[in-house]
Write a protein of this length. Sequence first.
Length: 157
Amino acid sequence: MSLDGLLLEKLARWRPDGRQVLDVNDPDSQWALAVTADAADIVGCRLWELTLRRTGNAPLNTDLKKRAEAVAARVTGLMEPLRVIEVDEPRGVALVRSASPTVRGEIVSYYELLLNADQSITMRRFEGPHGEEKRRLQIAFALTGDSLAKLVSDLTA
């Protein structure tokens, strides 16, 4: 079974009581997934963080910029499309964010993904006053189970 299939199977039974982590490992795809959520039900979950980590030796594209661009292009099931903001080759990290953040009054909300040279990916959502990134706060975001499975598939393709 694929990583996204294993995730859907585990999500069907997972009912966290407060913020908890659901770990899903797929030896076939050589990916490990950690979903941190505040709540989950039959429809989906309220996510705090999503972390993917490469567990095997199967090489991915080692060009961090190309990997970041490919991820930004593949991920299509979120509220906002993604774009590459910065690639720091010496540190081995790429920053991908919402191309067009959601704006509600003075508050801007956006997704942020950090892709690391070690083949890991961390995804979070932030909000804060427009133009004041130093005052941003991490927030939970909701995805249906199917949307989450597609996101995981897109991130690991």
